[in-house]
Write a protein that binds this ligand. Structure first.
Ligand code: IPE
Ligand code: IPE
Ligand code: MG
Length: 248
């Protein structure tokens, strides 16, 4: 595993590294990667999907418990229809083939986001993947598709209101913990680390509630160029941070 490979010069002591239990990744930069090579954006998404596979495996290998990857936002529907269509086709082929691979690693696959906007075929593949992996005991992989954090919060508020109206809960029951439990990530710890490749310094509607005390690492590599060693680098940066949560 690359994380434990010693560098020739400095020999960093990786045994001292504090591993995050939950990592979020904003898989960004596919379009720019393709443009740099004179290729259609679609080619960037295909290359990005390969990186997704490699980095997901690696996270599972090194003992990460939860990985949340941002694959398609509620705002990404604004893109030209040929790009959206090629992304949907890519998702389909991934759900048919590549996710099978995660079986060997005992990965639990979950989709976070509003599934209702996808085609029936894609939605049933998503449900099939969730169902067939739910009893595994490995890393939980949340794939954020048609995910928007504001949309997630709106739907939580609606569901909480409905439960108050139907006397399932009372207004006094509403607290931070209860709100967390109405989100897609219910029952999971908040992300400790969010990595954004491609050098953009923004959150783009990803895990707004959950990232209240998350550490951010922005990296300049475009997602299709992202290597295991880049993840190691992000882990080292994370490990050196002093998380105070408002304390001293
Ligand atoms: C991320 O790469 C993939 C999706 C948002 C679906 P982009 O397509 O945003 O790539 P850039 O940011 O244009 O380079
Ligand atoms: C965020 O990237 C969404 C995903 C990576 C899926 P975008 O490329 O959509 O974000 P902006 O437009 O740069 O904020
Ligand atoms: Mg982008």
């Amino acid at each position: 595993m690359a994380l434990f490979r010693k560098s020739k010069n400095s020999e960093p002591d990786f045994s001292q590294i504090v591993l995050p239990s939950h990592i979020g990744i904003i898989m960004d930069g596919n379009g720019r990667w393709a443009k740099k090579r004179g290729l259609p954006r679609k080619a960037g998404h295909t290359a990005g999907a390969k990186t997704f596979r490699k980095i997901t495996r690696y996270c599972s290998d090194i003992g990460i418990k939860y990985l949340t990857v941002y694959a398609f936002s509620t705002e990404n529907w604004k893109r030209p229809s040929d790009e959206v269509n090629s992304l949907m086709n890519l998702f389909k082929s991934y759900l048919e083939e590549a996710l099978e691979d995660f079986k060997d690693d005992s990965i639990v696959v979950r989709f976070i986001g509003d599934k209702s906007k996808f085609s029936d075929g894609l939605r049933s593949l998503m449900l099939e993947n969730e169902e067939s992996s739910k009893d595994r005991d490995g890393m939980v992989l949340n794939i954020a598709m048609n995910y928007g954090s504001r949309d997630e919060i709106v739907s939580a508020v609606r569901n909480i209101s409905a439960d108050v109206k139907n006397n399932i809960i009372s207004i006094q029951d509403i607290n931070e913990n209860l709100i967390s439990n109405y989100l897609y990530t219910s029952g999971q710890p908040d992300p400790d680390l969010i990595i954004r490749p491609s050098g953009e310094y923004r959150i783009s509607n990803f895990l707004l509630w959950q990232s209240a005390y998350t550490e951010f690492v922005i990296m300049n590599k475009l997602w299709p160029d992202f290597e295991k060693s880049d993840l190691d680098e992000a882990l080292k940066i994370y490990s050196s941070r002093n998380r105070r949560y408002g304390g001293v």
